[in-house]
Every structure is written in structure tokens, then in C-alpha cells.
Design a protein around this ligand. Structure first.
Ligand code: PLP
Length: 382
């Protein structure tokens, strides 16, 4: 899709890219200033593998203030992004043949990381009707003696779904009964949440000693390129990840760590630039949703977080415009790219081929234009 999209752009075609996975906003000024100061102060040497003590302490403080969870700084391991933290956790926990339960739709990297760790992914399908959230009953049914971990993401990429405190409690109560299972909770979209306060599953004491919380500064602080993520974990897991990371990347950039220190000290809800970003995302979400549900036979829900809508287009599979027949999500994405000049991501990449992910990390004008183009192209199929 990316290659094709580039080819069309090179031919001078006005392709609208709705496949974007990062905020289209800039890093707040105070964070950039902290990085400039780090350079001027020659804070440019290796740091400890797990990150500077100051940053790890600030992250522990953030967990206390924002999430109501107590960690000591040595339970925090800073990495080159939430992506590396998830990979660290899986590499340290999963032995060959171990099962990792993942609700679908899931982030594209999870299956590949589980494969790298020689584990076996067990996915739990969910639908738009259940707001793409796995229920305690579904999770209970997926657990076996070989289950090593449950890996999930809220707010979710690609569905935007956000688990409430009650829903998380239901899940925690399941794992309280299955003490051989770790819970890896990817909370990278924590601050891009329109439903209210973010809830972390580690708040539940009956499972806290088996929860690995993953987070970072990429999405909520518009800092994708700085490469700083972190985990909060039981001490033995944190130590193992420190050791593992030490042979792979060492500590992440010293300058980025100083920028991240500034970021985690500000609560995004108290930052004008960041609250404006979240408000803009919410306005765009409402706009895109209203445009999508105007399209016949497209099913979507209003997501509570992240910056994606995962809409069901399966009613268009099997239809044709006379020259092309749409067999599946990939065909439909190629058709919409060539015909509507809109780039999207097929749902099969996220474990649900009935759907397509539409990112609203772009301007209102682009969203209006792209949804009109999608509607017109779909109308040519019968
Ligand atoms: N987890 C999810 C669900 C994501 O969507 C992404 C990025 O797209 C990441 C983790 C990786 O974040 P980072 O940039 O911190 O590595």
C-alpha cells in the first residue's frame, strides 16, 4: 500500500494518506527546549541501560499521580520506544511453545514479536458490536496450562476502544484465578482518550505482581521520533529486561531521555499544546464518524481513544465495478487507493479482515475530501 501510494504520488496524483500512525502535531516547545539544553550541557554520553535514575524516578512519580500505582524506580526500564519494551517483555517471558493470548484486532507487531520469541499467539476475535473488546468469558475460555501471557492494548490501535475500570476489573478477576499468566498492558495511547480518565489494569492488587505496563512518550506528547518508551514491571522481570536490552541497544538516546523527563513531568491534561491536540483529534473523530455512517453498508462505532476508526466494509466484498472484483480487505484498499486516491490499512494486518483502519491524524479538509471520495468509489460497486 505504501509503495503504491508513493508511486501514485510520484505520478503527481493527489493521494490522501489516512494510514498514518502518529500525531500530525509537533513536540511541545518546553520539551524541545529541554533537549536543546541537554545538548548544550554535553549530556551526550552513554546512560545506564535502564535509563537515567532521574527519568526512572519521574516515571514512577507519574504512575503514582496519573494512575494511582506505586512502583519503585528500579521497576521502571526505559527503552527506545514502547515497541522495544513490548519486545523485551516477550523475549524475557516467553519460552518456545508458550501461548500468548491477544484480543483481535491487535497492533500489527504483536504476532511477529511473539513469533520471534518462539511463542504461539492465541487470538480472541471481537466484533464492532462488542466495541472490539474481549470479555472475561472469552479470556477465561482461551487460558490453558501453556498460557504465559495476555497481551492487550487500551486505548486500542486499530479500534480506538478503551476498556473501562469495571471491564478491567472483570479481566483482573479472571487472571487472579490463573496465577501462571502474566498480563502485558500496552497503554501507549493513554492520553489520547476522549472517555475520561485512563485506567490501568495494574491498579488491581490481586494481579499487580504479574502485570507489565508498557507506555512511552510517542503518542501523547507527539514525540514519535524521539524514541523513548518504558515499562513498569515486577522487579525480576524489570531486571531481566535490563539485561536483555543491555545486549541489544543499551540505553536510549541521552538527549531524548532529557526531553522525556520534561514530558513525563507535565500532565498532558495541563498542557495547552497537548490539550489542543486531543481536542482536535476528538473533533476529527466526530467528523470522520459522521461521514462514515453516511456511507451505505459501512458499520462503525465511535471510538473512545487513539486516532483511528476501524470500520466494517465486508458488505462490499464480492462486489465489482465491471472491471475489478473486490474479494477482500486488501482488494478494497487497493481499489480505494487507485480509484479514490485514499490510502488506508486493510484490517487483516490487525487480525480482522472484515474491517479497514482509517486514521484521522490528518487535517479536517483531508478527512472531508477523503470520505467523499471513498463514498463515491464505493457507489461504483455492485
Ligand atoms: N503499541 C501500539 C499499540 C502502537 O500503535 C505503537 C505505535 O504505533 C507502539 C506500541 C509503539 O510505540 P513507540 O513509538 O513508543 O515504539
Amino acid at each position: 500500500m505504501t509503495r503504491k501510494s508513493r508511486e501514485l504520488k510520484a505520478q503527481g496524483k493527489n493521494v490522501i494518506n489516512l494510514s498514518i500512525g502518529e500525531p500530525d502535531f509537533n513536540t511541545p516547545v518546553c520539551i524541545k527546549e529541554a533537549a536543546k539544553k541537554a545538548i548544550d550541557d554535553n549530556f551526550t554520553h552513554y546512560t545506564p541501560v535502564a535509563g537515567t535514575q532521574e527519568l526512572r524516578k519521574a516515571i514512577a512519580e507519574k504512575f503514582k499521580n496519573d494512575n494511582g500505582i506505586d512502583y519503585t524506580f528500579d521497576q521502571i526500564i526505559v527503552s527506545t520506544g514502547a515497541k522495544q519494551s513490548i519486545a523485551n517483555a516477550l523475549m524475557c517471558l516467553v519460552n518456545p511453545g508458550d501461548e500468548v493470548i491477544v484480543p483481535a484486532p491487535y497492533w500489527v507487531s504483536y504476532p511477529e514479536m511473539i513469533k520471534l520469541a518462539e511463542g504461539k499467539m492465541v487470538d480472541i476475535p471481537t466484533t464492532v458490536q462488542q466495541d472490539f473488546k474481549a470479555t472475561p468469558e472469552q479470556i477465561e475460555a482461551a487460558i490453558t496450562p501453556k498460557t504465559k501471557a495476555f497481551l492487550f492494548n487500551s486505548p486500542n490501535n486499530p479500534s480506538g476502544s478503551v476498556y473501562s475500570k469495571d471491564e478491567l476489573k472483570g479481566i483482573a478477576d479472571v487472571f487472579a484465578k490463573h496465577k501462571h499468566v502474566y498480563i502485558i498492558s500496552d497503554e501507549i495511547y493513554e492520553y489520547i482518550n476522549y472517555a475520561g480518565k485512563h485506567e490501568s489494569i495494574a491498579q488491581f492488587e490481586n494481579i499487580k505482581d504479574r502485570v507489565i505496563t508498557i507506555n512511552g512518550v510517542s503518542k501523547g506528547f507527539a514525540m514519535t521520533g524521539w524514541r523513548v518508551g518504558y515499562m513498569a514491571a515486577p522487579l525480576e522481570i524489570a531486571k531481566a529486561c535490563d539485561k536483555f536490552q543491555g545486549q541489544v541497544t543499551s540505553g536510549t538516546s541521552s538527549v531524548s531521555q532529557q526531553a522525556a523527563l520534561e514530558a513525563v513531568k507535565i500532565n498532558p491534561c495541563a498542557s495547552k499544546e497537548l490539550t489542543e491536540m486531543i481536542d482536535t483529534f476528538k473533533t476529527r473523530r466526530d467528523l470522520l464518524y459522521s461521514k462514515l455512517i453516511e456511507i451505505p453498508d459501512v458499520e462503525a462505532n465511535i471510538p473512545d481513544g487513539a486516532f483511528y476508526i476501524f470500520a466494517n466494509f465486508a458488505d462490499y466484498y464480492g462486489k465489482s465495478n465491471g472491471s475489478v472484483t473486490i474479494r477482500n480487505d486488501s482488494d478494497l484498499c487497493i481499489y480505494l487507493l487507485e480509484n479514490a486516491l485514499v490510502a488506508l490499512v486493510p484490517g487483516s494486518a490487525f487480525g480482522n479482515p472484515d474491517c479497514i483502519r482509517i486514521s484521522y491524524a490528518t487535517s479536517t479538509e483531508n478527512l472531508m475530501d477523503a470520505s467523499d471520495r471513498i463514498r463515491k468509489s464505493l457507489a461504483q460497486l455492485s
